[in-house]
Design a protein around this ligand. Structure first.
Ligand code: NDP
Length: 332
């Protein structure tokens, strides 16, 4: 019997999560039985949606259980296998994150052909966040054309940086917003035509200046003031892909809706929410295009990598303060 180091939810956070909401502990790990595989995790994914699972309320995924190890995306390597579909050394993807190793039935993990990409890419551009960007922009927002202007919030994040670059590949003018001068400089580096530091001033006037003719698409990762500004800047028939509203995830009271909702009618806005798993059946379309874009250098990525399972709670908190730059990962 070996042991596994894992992070458990100690108490449900109220408002901004605290390090004390989590416990890091050792637990016994049995050897794999028939049909099971032992995996050592290499990289753990840190994602904003995990905040939603810390509330005890109905949602599209069940809440995390108190005192139990949490779940999350992870990329690992098989160390022992009693399932003929897996061999020692295989790289696999799973939802057994927040721990350094695990034993699972083969049917609960997926083998990954990396095609020369680093394994952690499958938690970022080549994984869930990349797929969110791809279908969110190309399907939920009905794509974008040359001559159109696309506005992206949290634009240097795991999802946002990919949205900006796909929109550029499709010939659109792209305006990204992010917090701080370094992030704004990166947005220019990845091809954004205009980049807004939303912390430096009022987002409404900054967006009006960056997109004087208005916006045709808004890819929303933030909600709140960014959503209201996007509605003000929207051209008639603009399309909004509602991907996330991170500005509201830690609210202790429901936030009031934007005061300019009536613009939805007059401007005939199409505002549609989505969850990436809505497109699960079409994963191969994304995988093919994204692999080509990454290997040709048309899509570049940036990650923030912290080290060790014990770093997971701190890495998670960074998502809400902008402490991550690109995909937030923990290397085990
Ligand atoms: P990011 O890598 O973008 O990290 C979160 C970023 O959000 C931070 O770095 C910070 O960047 C920004 N942020 C945090 N708080 C605020 C705030 N109050 N106002 C403005 N910006 C803020 O995370 P992801 O790319 O993984 O996720 C981006 C969004 O997409 C989230 O809302 C997430 O929930 C959503 N999502 C939705 C999915 C779906 O299926 N619908 C799937 C995956 C993600 P900065 O320094 O610029 O402030």
């Amino acid at each position: 019997m070996t042991t596994v180091r894992e992070v458990r939810l100690k108490r449900r956070p109220v408002g901004m999560p605290q390090l004390g909401d989590f416990d890091v502990a050792e637990a016994p790990l049995a050897a794999p039985g028939e049909g099971e595989v032992a995996v050592k995790n290499l990289f753990l994914s840190v994602d904003p949606y995990m905040r939603g699972r810390m509330y005890d309320r109905p949602s599209y995924v069940p809440p995390f259980e108190l005192g139990k190890v949490m779940q999350g995306g992870a990329i690992g390597q098989v160390t022992a296998s009693h399932d003929p579909k897996f061999s020692v050394g295989d790289i696999v993807s799973s939802m057994f994150g927040w721990r350094d190793a695990y034993v699972a039935k083969g049917e609960h993990i997926q083998k990954i052909e990396t095609h020369g990409l680093p394994p952690q890419a499958f938690l970022g551009a080549a994984g869930m966040p990349g797929m969110t960007a791809y279908f969110g922009l190309l399907e939920v927002a009905d794509g974008c054309k040359p001559g159109e202007t696309v506005f992206v919030s949290a634009a240097t994040g795991a999802v946002g940086q990919i949205v900006c670059q796909i929109a550029k590949l499709k010939g659109a003018t792209v305006v990204g917003s992010a917090g701080g001068a370094e992030k704004v400089a990166y947005l220019k580096e990845i091809g954004c035509d205009e980049a807004i530091d939303y912390r430096a001033g009022d987002i409404n006037s900054a967006l009006a200046k960056a997109a004087p003719k208005g916006i045709d698409v808004y890819f929303d990762n933030v909600g709140g003031d960014h959503l209201a500004a996007a509605m003000n800047a929207a051209r008639p028939f603009a399309r909004f892909a509602e991907c996330g509203m991170i500005a509201q995830y830690n609210n202790e009271e429901p936030a009031p809706g934007p005061a300019n909702m009536a613009l939805i009618v007059g401007k005939r806005l199409k505002i549609r929410g989505f969850i990436v798993s809505d497109f699960a059946a079409r994963q191969s379309e994304f995988a093919k295009d994204m692999a080509a874009w990454i290997s040709s250098g048309q899509i570049k990525t940036r990650d923030t990598v912290d080290e060790g399972v014990d770093a997971m709670p701190g890495a998670f908190l960074k998502l809400f303060t902008g402490g991550n730059f690109g995909k937030m990962l923990v290397k085990v």
